[in-house]
Each structure stands twice: as structure tokens, then as C-alpha cells.
Write a protein that binds this ligand. Structure first.
Ligand code: SF4
Length: 107
């Protein structure tokens, strides 16, 4: 089950310098690098984050395998990568999805 938030249409432009615009900006970064079930709670901060697609794309393209990124736990990202081995650039896929108002949860 994926609880990735939907992306608001008002912020459909891709944000290259996304890290400072995240909902978690200014919070304790260790809160997102918890393990196991604690990630399900930690990822709640991602709901409504205006740069969830950018954050997720960076994690998937860089194969970051620890912590919460883009509204997904590490286990959810691994599952997504296994489901879509054909994707060479998650940045491209998610930028197109964001432009179309789709959620990463649709992948
Ligand atoms: S999607 Fe989550 S982890 Fe990524 S910037 Fe937004 S709040 Fe932070």
C-alpha cells in the first residue's frame, strides 16, 4: 500500500532545487531516516509536500535505499523499482506525471 500524496496542480512546474522547499525542511532530518514501521509514521510529513515528485525522483534515480523519500518508505521504493525496471529516468517520468497532475502512487 502506498500513501504517497497527490500533487497539487498549482505547483506543477518541476523544481530543480527542491530540497529547501520540502515540507520537512527545517525539521530534524533524522526523523526521516528511521527504520521499519516507524517509516510509515515518518512519511506522513510528505503528505501535501509541494516537491514530493522531485524528492522521489532523486531517490529513485540515485537508488537511495534508506529512509523516507518522496512519500515512500525504502521498502515501497524497492517495490516500485522492481515493478518498473524499464524506467531509465524517474525524473522524466515524474516530471511528466506532475505536469499532468498525477500522483507517484499511480506508478
Ligand atoms: S517528499 Fe517528504 S522527504 Fe521529500 S522533501 Fe517532501 S516532506 Fe521531505
Amino acid at each position: 500500500m502506498t500513501l504517497a500524496p497527490t500533487m497539487p496542480r498549482a505547483t506543477s512546474a518541476w523544481v530543480a532545487d527542491w530540497a529547501r522547499q520540502g515540507s520537512c525542511s527545517g525539521q530534524d532530518p533524522d526523523a526521516l531516516f528511521v527504520q521499519g514501521k516507524a517509516q510509515r509514521t515518518a512519511k506522513l510529513v510528505c503528505r501535501g509536500c509541494p516537491v514530493v515528485a522531485e524528492c522521489l525522483a532523486d531517490a529513485l534515480d540515485s537508488r537511495i535505499d534508506f529512509g523516507v523519500w518522496g512519500g515512500m518508505t525504502q521498502r515501497e521504493r524497492r517495490a516500485l523499482l522492481r515493478r518498473r525496471p524499464d524506467v531509465e529516468s524517474w525524473s522524466s517520468v515524474l516530471a511528466a506525471a506532475k505536469d499532468g497532475g498525477l500522483s507517484p502512487a499511480t506508478f
